[in-house]
Design a protein around this ligand. Sequence first.
Ligand SMILES: Nc1ncnc2c1ncn2[C@@H]1O[C@H](COP(=O)(O)OP(=O)(O)OP(=O)(O)O)[C@@H](O)[C@H]1O
Ligand SMILES: [Mg+2]
Length: 270
Amino acid sequence: MYHHALRMAIIYAITNQKGGVGKTTTAVNVSAFLAAAGKRVLLLDMDPQANASSSLGINRDKVEVSSYDVILGDASAARAVLRNHKLNLSIIPAVSALAAAEIELVGQLNRERMLQNALAGELPKYDYVIIDCPPSLGLLTINALTASSGVIIPVQCEYLALEGLTLLNRTVHLVRQRLNPALEIRGLIMTMYDSRTALAQQVVAEVEKFFVGKVFATRVPRSVRLSEAPSYGQPIMTYAPNSSGSVAYSNITKNIIEQDSMKEAPTENQ
Ligand SMILES: Nc1ncnc2c1ncn2[C@@H]1O[C@H](COP(=O)(O)OP(=O)(O)OP(=O)(O)O)[C@@H](O)[C@H]1O
Ligand SMILES: [Mg+2]
């Protein structure tokens, strides 16, 4: 049908400048569940650590075309795509050289829009593009935010979690003002949640008060299975489908699909 051909991918940047909060875990597992739900998904690794790529078994020494080439405009996004047939997932991998792009981008005209421009031709091919961001608010992350429909923010349930979130919130507002008016905070995901500790509940309450209505009801529990899966090159969906972490990411993904389909419904006849 005509309107289907015109529909563009929804792009979510998985962002938090704080390290080790569950960005990559969220990007990989939400992507896998979206793909399992029949969505056409591109997982874009924008972190020089390349953890999302290696989590899915991609050997970075064998990567020929990566997000580094794509963001600098040296290769088309289409050329960089690798296919994981088992997961029905497309991936643009990262390499450590991507760290240099942070500096190389500075001299570029339109340096904040390089990724947006590079992705434009790919968007009709996908329902979702999920971008795994590095733990910083540098140009790689700004490029991701400029290209995105929304930001998904994993928050680790620990002391001072809110401190970094105010800076991230301000950055999102700035990008909205100057570069991408459509950028929304799509949702916050509480990660490594331990219901037994008062601290975890306190952190959730604080974050919910600051980001009213934006925190996903499903929290991702601390789960050894989630931390093991990457070393097997698998998402939790195939590595330990019945584990608590798998159930959590499955629920969060269902929620994302449901909310997105409600948003899209009114524009369907255009
Ligand atoms: N819910 C969880 N339970 C247990 N371990 C987890 C959970 N989520 C993530 N981890 C583990 O915590 C570590 C950090 O997670 P992850 O790599 O997803 O964070 P990140 O925000 O992407 O980190 P970075 O900022 O370095 O990119 C990893 O070893 C991961 O396997
Ligand atoms: Mg990461």
